[in-house]
Design a protein. Structure first.
Length: 326
């Protein structure tokens, strides 16, 4: 066989080998591309499903929609999150509404999710602010101060006075809370000079003395807080003849907010008196260890001792039966 024939055959082997290799490579690339595309499709679908559930919940804050929101959040945040700001979104959603559904487990999940967001964007003020709010709610005050300080520093670089003022107020609250001696079960109640909606000063001790009293800390300007407070109406109706009195405790930080608080208290027209800690001068929320500014309760017995702190409705009924049947 001629040398040229060998060369030709060699060329054909090389040529078709190269074609085959390219074909195999293209198949591999195509397969890899399809895998990546399907993975991205699932990530996008999970994110879309989460935001759809979020929209549905904001339209109707039912228990069913809450459960659905958390289900879709678990699907999305257990995988790849395409936008780090989404960690901030879910964190704030849960922080704002977990009490409405008495769902502390959701708050703990939000803490885990938001912590991931902080690790991804450690200097981002908004995600640090949300994380600080959540951990403060869970009782980690020093950690809240650390991350709220980052949030405040961030607003300074952004030159945004509105955010700076808001984040600074929260930081000051966390710092103040850290140094307060909070009441515990068995302690004597803490007295305070508060104000009625008609601007009359009232000493709390004048009302509490020798009476079984439920102090209800609530925010009259927040819809969720009002809903939770209304659930106490049947309890009040059931036990008031046996000696229970309820006293609402609100607080204001500015004249404009005070006006809104008074208006909303009057609109609610509750069966019991609500007093206001004007400008938070008495720091009564902190003294009673109330972290969240929306809702909490403190039960005081006839002897002026703290009988319970922030218990749910069923526990409260049981406790009242014990105290009022004595």
């Amino acid at each position: 066989m001629k040398k040229s024939t060998y060369l030709f055959i060699g060329f054909l082997v090389f040529f078709f080998g190269a074609i085959l290799t390219l074909h195999i490579d293209s198949k591999n690339y195509e397969t890899e591309y399809l895998v990546i595309r399907e993975k991205n499709r699932k990530i996008s679908a999970n994110r879309t499903a989460y935001f759809a559930a979020r929209k549905l919940y904001y339209e109707n804050k039912s228990a069913e929609n809450w459960d659905n929101l958390l289900k879709e959040a678990k699907s999305y945040f257990s995988g790849i999150v395409t936008n780090p700001s989404d960690y901030n979104t879910i964190g704030w959603d849960v922080f704002m509404y977990y009490k409405k559904h008495n769902d502390v487990s959701a708050l703990k999940l939000a803490e885990q999710w938001t912590q991931v967001g902080v690790k991804i964007q450690p200097k981002n003020g908004h995600i640090n602010d949300t994380y600080a709010a959540i951990v403060f709610e869970l009782g980690y005050t020093k950690k809240a101060i650390k991350h709220q300080t980052i949030a405040v520093d961030f607003t300074k670089t952004e030159n945004n006075n509105d955010w700076n003022n808001l984040y600074t107020q929260r930081l000051e609250r966390y710092k103040e809370y850290l140094v307060f001696d909070k009441v515990e079960i068995g302690d004597s109640y803490v007295d305070a000079l508060l104000t009625s909606t008609n601007d009359k000063p009232i000493q709390l001790s004048q009302l509490v003395q020798n009476k079984t009293t439920l102090l209800v800390f609530w925010n009259p300007t927040i819809g969720t807080s009002k809903e939770i407070t209304r659930k106490l109406i049947p309890i009040h109706q059931k036990f008031k003849e046996k000696g229970l009195q309820i006293i609402g405790i609100a607080k204001s930080n500015s004249p404009r907010k005070l006006s809104r608080i008074k208006e909303n208290i009057q609109l609610e027209n509750l069966e019991w008196l609500t007093l206001i800690d004007v400008n938070s001068d008495e720091k009564i929320w902190d003294k009673y260890g109330v972290i969240n500014s929306n809702n909490a309760n403190v039960l005081i017995d006839k002897n002026g001792r703290i009988s319970s702190l922030n218990i749910n409705a069923n526990e409260l009924k049981t406790k009242l039966k014990t105290l009022l049947d004595k």
